[in-house]
Design a protein around this ligand. Structure first.
Ligand SMILES: [Ca+2]
Ligand SMILES: [Ca+2]
Ligand SMILES: [Ca+2]
Length: 582
C-alpha cells in the first residue's frame, strides 16, 4: 500500500529501488533426465528479487510444484516432475514476480547411459592428484609455481589423457582423481607456515556443478573419461558432501539460515557414532563441527541440503559415466544420510561402488560404516566400501621393521567385523600420508613386500601415484610432488623406462607382476584367507577359493627363516614366496 502511494508520486524511482526485476544467475542442476529414479528433481535457483515469484512451465511434460523462496529472495527452490515421455531438449521456465519476468534455462538431457561397469575386487585402483601428475595443457595454468608445494602446478585432465598408456602398461584398471569441482583460484595469504596456499587439491568446492578451470573444461573431463574407458580403465570421482570452500557463494549468503551449522571447531572425537555411550553434545560436535573456519560444514539435517547433495552425486554419474565415487570425510555426516545417499545411488545404479573415507586406524570403526549390517543405532549405511586404514598402517609398520610380522594376522583377526570383506578397499598409501620410502626404516625390499601384501590380502587394492617408482615425500604437501616427466621441459621422464633408475624400474616391474598375478588368480581376489603360520618374522597364509589355492609366505626379517608349512621349508630374508595350486 505504501509503495502504491509512492508510485503515484515517484513513479520510476519506486519500481527501480523497491521492487526490482528478478534476475537468475545459477540453476542447479542445469539438466536432468526423463525416466530417472529421482523424479521430481528439485532445482535450486540463485539470483535476485525472487520475492513473490511464481514459476511456470512452458511445456506440459514438465510440471512445477513446491516453490520455496528464502527470506532474502535470492534463492528459490522448486520441484520439476518430468514426464517419462519428455523428449531431450531445452525446457526453459518462466519466473514471474510483480516486478517482472526472468527465464530459468533447463534441459532434459539425452537418455543417460545406465550400464557402465562399477568397481569390484577384480579392479586395481590408482590414486592421482590431478594438479601433480601431468600438464597436458599449459594454457590453463594460472598462478602456477612449481617451486611452492602449496601452489598450483599445472597438472590437468589432458595430462592424464596423454598418460593413459602409462597406466595401461602398469596394469591398473581404475583411477581415482582428487576432487575436480571448481575451487577458488585465489591465493590465500596468512602469517602461518601453510601460507600462501591454494585449492590445488580440490577439497574446497565453490561450485558443485562446475569443473576446476585449472584442470580443463567439462569437455576435457569427458574426453579423459572416454579415453580411459576405451583402455579398460574405470574412473572414480572424489566427492565431498561434508563441507564446501569458504569462497563458495553460499558461505556469505546461504540459501537457508540452517544451511550451515554455526561455526564451531570439530574436536575430531571420531568414535562417538561407534560408541552407544557417547553424549548427544559429542555427536553434535562430530557431525556439525567444522573442519576449520575455511571449510563451512553442510547441515544434512536440513532436507534441502540432503536432497541437493544426493541429486548432485547422481548428476555426476549420469553426466560423465564415472564408475565409482570416493566420499571424503564420510564419518562427519549422519549415518542416516550416508544410507540415503548410498541407497539413492543404488536405486539408479545397482551395486555402484562408493568408498567412504573413515580415516581411523581401528577396524571396529571402519567396519561400522560399511553397509550390509545394522549398527547399534538401527542404521545400515548401505555404503559399499570403506578404506582399511588399520591394515594399511600395520603393513607399513611390519615392512619397515617397526612391528612384528604377526601384527598383520592380529589386525585381520577382526575381519569378521566387516559385512562385506571382499569389498573393503585396501590402500597401499594416499595423498594425506607420508610416502612409504620416506618412513623410518623404509627400504626398497620393504616397499616391495608392502605392495605384495596389498595385492595378496583380501579386498580391493588401491595404489598411490609414484609409489610404483619409489617416489619419496614426507608430510603433506611434500608427499604430493610432481610426477617427473609430466611437464614439458622436465629433465627426466619417469613415464618411460629410459627415464627410470634401475631401482625404480625394479619396483615398477614388481608392481606389474603382482597386478598380473592377482588378475590370473581368482583366489587372490575372492578367496578366503587362512592363516598357516605367524611369528615375529614370518606370516604365511593362503587364499582359497574352491580347489584354487594360492599360498603366500612373507619373511619381513633380515634373516632367512626355516619353517615347515605348506611345502615351504625356507624363506629367504626380506622376501615373499608363493605357490599356486588349481
Ligand atoms: Ca595445465
Ligand atoms: Ca577454479
Ligand atoms: Ca559434518
Amino acid at each position: 500500500m505504501k509503495c502504491t502511494i509512492r508510485i503515484i508520486f515517484f513513479g520510476l524511482f519506486c519500481a527501480a529501488t523497491l521492487i526490482a526485476q528478478p534476475k537468475v544467475t545459477k540453476i542447479e542442476p542445469p539438466n536432468w533426465w526423463a525416466n530417472h529414479s529421482i523424479n521430481p528433481v528439485r532445482l535450486l535457483v540463485r539470483g535476485e528479487n525472487f520475492q513473490n515469484a511464481v514459476v511456470i512451465s512452458r511445456d506440459r511434460s514438465l510440471k512445477v510444484s513446491n516453490i520455496r523462496i528464502n527470506s532474502r529472495g535470492d534463492y528459490l527452490f522448486f520441484d520439476i516432475n518430468i514426464s517419462p515421455r519428455a523428449k531431450p531438449g531445452h525446457y526453459d521456465f518462466d519466473l514471474k514476480t510483480p516486478a517482472g519476468n526472468a527465464k530459468i534455462p533447463f534441459e532434459v538431457a539425452e537418455k543417460l547411459s545406465n550400464d557402465q561397469p562399477t568397481i569390484t575386487n577384480d579392479d586395481v585402483i590408482y590414486l592421482i592428484m590431478t594438479d601433480r601428475f601431468s600438464d597436458g595443457d599449459p594454457a590453463n595454468n594460472k598462478n602456477v609455481d612449481r617451486a611452492n608445494p602449496r601452489m598450483w602446478h599445472g597438472g590437468d585432465f589432458k595430462g592424464i589423457t596423454q598418460k593413459i598408456s602409462y597406466l595401461k602398461e602398469l596394469g591398473i584398471t581404475a583411477i581415482w582423481l582428487t576432487p575436480w569441482y571448481d575451487n577458488s583460484d585465489e591465493i590465500t595469504a596468512c602469517d602461518k607456515p601453510w601460507c600462501p596456499n591454494t585449492s590445488y587439491h580440490g577439497y574446497g568446492a565453490i561450485d558443485y556443478y562446475g569443473v576446476e578451470n585449472h584442470f580443463g573444461s567439462m569437455a576435457d573431463l569427458r574426453e579423459m573419461i572416454e579415453t580411459a574407458h576405451k583402455s579398460g580403465i574405470k574412473v572414480i570421482q572424489d566427492q565431498v558432501a561434508n563441507h564446501v570452500g569458504f569462497k563458495h557463494p553460499w558461505a556469505n549468503s546461504a540459501p537457508l539460515e540452517n544451511w550451515f551449522p554455526p561455526f564451531k571447531q570439530n574436536s575430531f572425537n571420531n568414535s562417538v557414532l561407534l560408541s552407544p555411550n557417547a553424549s548427544p553434545s559429542e555427536r553434535e560436535n562430530l557431525l556439525k563441527g567444522w573442519f576449520d573456519f575455511g571449510l563451512p560444514d553442510l547441515n544434512q539435517e536440513e532436507p534441502e541440503v540432503a536432497k541437493y547433495e544426493i541429486q548432485n552425486a547422481l548428476w555426476w554419474i549420469g553426466s560423465t559415466g564415472i564408475n565409482g565415487i570416493r566420499q571424503d570425510t564420510i564419518q562427519y555426516m549422519p549415518r542416516w544420510f550416508i544410507r540415503d545417499l548410498s541407497s539413492a545411488i543404488q536405486r539408479q545404479y545397482p551395486n555402484f561402488y562408493m568408498v567412504g573415507e573413515v580415516f581411523e586406524e581401528d577396524s571396529a570403526q571402519t567396519a561400522f560404516f560399511q553397509g550390509g549390517k545394522k549398527g547399534w543405532d538401527g542404521i545400515d549405511t548401505n555404503l559399499p566400501s570403506v578404506f582399511d586404514f588399520k591394515l594399511w598402517r600395520t603393513s607399513q609398520q611390519v615392512f619397515t621393521g617397526n612391528k612384528p610380522a604377526r601384527a598383520l594376522r592380529d589386525v585381520m583377526k577382526y575381519d569378521g567385523l566387516y559385512p562385506n570383506l571382499n569389498n573393503v578397499t585396501l590402500l597401499a598409501n594416499n595423498h594425506d600420508t607420508d610416502r612409504f620410502m620416506s618412513l623410518p626404516g623404509a627400504t626398497k625390499e620393504g616397499a616391495k613386500l608392502h605392495i605384495a601384501f596389498i595385492f595378496t590380502a583380501r579386498g580391493i587394492p588401491q595404489l598411490y601415484t609414484g609409489e610404483e617408482i619409489l617416489m619419496t615425500g614426507g608430510h603433506d604437501p611434500d608427499n604430493r610432488r610432481d610426477f617427473a616427466g609430466g611437464w614439458a621441459g622436465d629433465s627426466v621422464n619417469k613415464f618411460s623406462r629410459a627415464g627410470r633408475t634401475a631401482d625404480e624400474q625394479e619396483m615398477f616391474e614388481w608392481t606389474q607382476k603382482w597386478i598380473k598375478l592377482r588378475r590370473e588368480n581368482r583366489a587372490l581376489r575372492e578367496g578366503k584367507t587362512i592363516d598357516l603360520f605367524y611369528d615375529n618374522d614370518v606370516y604365511v597364509f593362503e587364499r582359497r577359493l574352491g580347489s584354487e589355492v594360492v599360498t603366500i609366505a612373507f619373511n619381513a626379517s633380515d634373516k632367512a627363516k626355516a619353517i615347515d608349512v605348506a611345502n615351504i621349508s625356507m624363506i629367504p630374508a626380506k622376501s615373499v614366496t608363493y605357490f599356486v595350486s588349481k
